[in-house]
Design a protein around this ligand. Structure first.
Ligand code: SAH
Length: 259
């Protein structure tokens, strides 16, 4: 087989997690994939700082609504990935955070396998990890919660239904993705199922990015505080967690002393 022929054989499509936005939170594997790709098909939420790491010989295609226009849906994105891969190009499908978390990954994998192509998945740091680190908190804590939920405010049908009764118990922790519009619905369901109104809910906008913002609320104040905060970037609602600010500032001098 000649070299040229080898080059045109389809290569596995790499589904790569970009992490929450800080380029230092990319995996080494993801960075290598970005720097060797012929084409990178990225989501709207992949940060500009990460796109800036991609070399000028790599073609960039924006699969977010802005790039393909508002009427193009998942099927069209699937088709773009398949068409690019069939040319033999080294294709990276770059998704924000971890590609397996609320990323419609399965639909794209199905399209790839239906087309007789291969794929690999390169995990990334989901935005929850960055958000909880920004709060100085743990996702799980002895005596508080032995489980944590990653839930979405929205699904294809509209506001997403959850096990509200379980979530309403004291000490529960959940990271709620795509929750800005659903906040009042979530609040209503949780209160209806007996959640304590003073349960902390912290909004983390642009986690890990230079414009990161942490806004404290409780279940009772959430809709009002969200409206006032005018959140325009991607944001998570960290249900059941408040920022640890006091402990953090007092802990720093001690750490310096040890060093
Ligand atoms: N796969 C992604 C999630 C995609 S769904 C991940 O693992 O993080 C898109 C939602 O993710 C956004 O609506 C927001 O809720 C959340 N999100 C993504 N990046 C974020 C960031 N840097 N800060 C806060 N929330 C973020």
């Amino acid at each position: 087989m000649t070299r040229d022929l080898q080059k045109t054989l389809p290569q596995p499509v790499a589904f790569v997690g970009s992490g929450p936005g800080d380029p230092d939170l990319l995996t080494v594997k993801a960075l290598r994939a970005l720097q060797t790709a012929d084409v990178v098909i990225h989501d709207r939420l992949v940060s500009a700082d990460i796109l800036a790491l991609i070399g000028s010989r790599t073609r960039l295609r924006n699969a977010g609504k802005e790039g393909f226009g508002p009427s193009l849906g998942q099927d069209a994105i699937n088709q773009v990935i398949v068409d690019e891969a069939k040319t033999g190009a080294c294709v990276v499908r770059l998704k924000s955070g971890d590609p397996t978390v609320f990323g419609r990954l399965d639909e794209e994998l199905d399209a790839i396998t239906d087309a007789g192509l291969d794929y690999i998945i390169m995990p990334g740091l989901t935005s929850t990890s960055a958000a909880v680190a920004a709060l100085g908190q743990s996702l799980t804590k002895r005596g508080r919660n032995t489980a944590v939920r990653l839930i979405t405010g929205h699904d294809m049908q509209g506001y997403a239904d959850q096990d509200w009764r379980a979530l309403a118990r004291n000490g529960e922790v959940a990271a709620i993705y795509m929750a800005k519009k659903a906040a009042r619905f979530i609040q209503g369901r949780l209160l209806m199922h007996g959640a304590t109104p003073s349960t902390p809910v912290t909004i983390v906008e642009n986690a890990s990015r230079p414009d990161q913002r942490i806004v404290s609320a409780t279940l009772a104040t959430l809709p009002a505080i969200l409206a006032e905060a005018d959140i325009t970037g991607p944001a998570l609602l960290m249900y059941g967690l408040a920022p640890r600010e006091a402990a953090r500032t007092t802990a720093l001098p001690q750490i310096q002393e040890i060093i």
